[in-house]
Ligand binder design. Structure first.
Ligand code: NDP
Ligand code: 2IT
Length: 447
């Protein structure tokens, strides 16, 4: 059997065994697509069921989350924590609160997280969790009661040396605060390292809030620098307007880029003078409102409810909202308008068909597991500070983040070259992350 046939047969097993989980299949297929070249060179990775073990989470926890709304009505949501792989360190990865969350989504995110975390070079395994709870329109008291109920079950499965959750869609500093408070109450332990993304006044790291977006901007700058370019004067479109998007916009602006559009699930705004971040932050972070409100402050800007943000011409695109938001039609529009770089701020926002369009047009494309790894990397720095009961200055932490992103960029570039696919960040990141995890799994025996 050729290595290609072997990888295909394992993929078929994964699909059959995990029926009804299309996002997980997609994430696995994207990694598998890079593996046969590795197996050709290093056949021992195919032995001892290594790939099959990698695809099977070490543990999957599914639980009931009952809570009471402000009117006294009882609601029941489903909670998940998938502890995917702990070969490099405690399980590490965010919690997502969004109505679309199901086991397949959590597994796709957890699977991606294994390789992303390996790429950071820091001692963190891969995991992910969340709930189908919809925080939209809920009062702060309702969100708090939900978080307390969620943690009431989760607390016995996590710990600073076991599993360290953080934020993702719908989970930011406020939710981490409620979750941490309940963990502390249930365990009677001030265990700072059990969650990351905490407030900077009580164990959180400087720059963690900004880290995913800043890191993605650093990564794009590194990509441009390999072509003797920079973000200075570059026209950029960033989808989303949440944690990742806002701080990607902030750092791109600091590096001289002109961000002309961003979005939320109700539509997108275009401001050809450049997004006014103060206004955007006020709408999204303070008021928890909609991007459409931006035009109230800037009448020269426009809001489009039905349409695609990827029709807005740009040189650099950062899909930073959610999975599969950039399809082949969108990629074709981007290429037609002359895009040069696409970097994933979100997890798996680009469909396989869109990646094909971008590859064929020779657009530099950075997968999320490399470009958005700055968030989890800074989470690992937060764990480091917690373990030594220390807290670092903003600039020092930001410099560490920029350095880590530079190293991830070099790893992806060098690995792609080594395997005969120069400039292909997808294969470079997949192969480099896979080898790190695989070597550790082999060293630790059949576990
Ligand atoms: P937030 O909840 O802060 O923001 C999410 C943004 O994406 C909002 O603008 C939201 O719009 C939009 N969005 C979410 N779901 C959908 C959807 N189904 N359709 C259209 N728009 C949607 O989340 P983050 O910024 O933290 O996360 C964004 C992406 O980045 C996710 O893929 C996440 O997994 C990934 N990521 C996050 C990291 C982090 O540190 N937070 C680290 C690495 C990756 P609306 O408000 O209308 O729902
Ligand atoms: O997808 C991700 O990398 C995150 N949501 C961040 C995870 C973390 O543990 O900081």
């Amino acid at each position: 059997m050729s290595t290609r046939e072997l990888v295909e047969s394992i993929y078929e097993q994964v699909r059959t065994r995990n029926a009804g989980e299309p996002e997980f299949h997609q994430a696995a297929a994207e990694v598998f697509d890079s593996l046969h070249v590795v197996l050709d060179r290093h056949p021992h990775y195919a032995e001892a069921g290594l790939i099959e073990r990698l695809c099977e989470p070490e543990r999957q926890i599914i639980f009931r989350v009952p809570w009471t709304d402000d009117r006294g009505a009882v609601h029941v949501n489903r909670g998940f924590r998938v502890q995917y792989n702990s070969v490099l360190g405690p399980y590490k990865g965010g919690l997502r609160f969004h109505p679309t969350v199901n086991l397949g989504i959590v597994k796709f995110l957890g699977f991606e997280q294994i390789f992303k975390n390996a790429l950071t070079g820091l001692p963190i395994g891969g995991g992910k969790g969340g709930s189908d709870f919809d925080p939209k329109g809920r009062s702060e008291a309702e969100v708090m009661r939900f978080c307390q109920s969620f943690m009431t079950e989760l607390h016995s499965h996590i710990g600073e040396h076991t599993d360290v959750p953080a934020g993702d869609i719908g989970v930011g500093g406020r939710e981490i605060g409620f979750l941490f408070g309940q963990y502390k109450r249930l365990t009677n332990r001030y265990e700072s390292g059990v969650l990351t993304g905490k407030g900077t006044g009580w164990g959180g790291s400087q720059v963690r809030r900004e880290a995913t977006g800043y890191g993605a901007a650093y990564f794009v700058n590194d990509m441009l620098q390999t072509h003797n370019r920079s973000l200075d004067g570059t026209r950029v479109v960033v989808s989303g307007s949440g944690n990742v998007a806002i701080y990607a916009i902030e750092k791109i602006q600091q590096l001289g880029g002109l961000v002309v559009a961003c979005s939320d699930s109700s539509g997108y705004i275009v401001d050809s003078k450049g997004i006014d971040l103060e206004v955007l932050k006020d709408i999204k972070q303070v008021q928890r409102g909609r991007v459409s409100e931006y035009v109230d402050a800037h009448s020269h800007a426009s809001f489009t409810a039905d349409g695609s943000i990827w029709d807005v011409p740009c040189d650099v695109a950062l899909p930073s909202a959610t999975e599969n938001e950039l399809d082949d039609k969108a990629a074709t529009a981007l290429v037609k308008n002359g895009v040069n770089v696409v970097a994933e701020g979100a997890n798996m926002p680009t469909t396989p068909a869109a990646i094909k369009v971008l590859r064929e047009a020779c657009v530099a494309f950075a997968p999320g597991k490399a470009a958005n790894a700055g968030g989890v990397a800074t989470s690992a720095l937060e764990m480091q500070q917690n373990a030594s009961r220390d807290s670092w200055a903003f600039q020092y932490t930001d410099d560490r983040l920029a350095d880590i992103m530079g190293k991830i960029h070099s790893r992806a570039v060098e690995t792609a070259e080594e395997f005969g696919m120069p400039g292909d960040y997808v294969h470079g990141a997949n192969i480099s992350g896979f080898i790190t995890v695989a070597d550790a799994m082999i060293a630790q025996g059949v576990i």
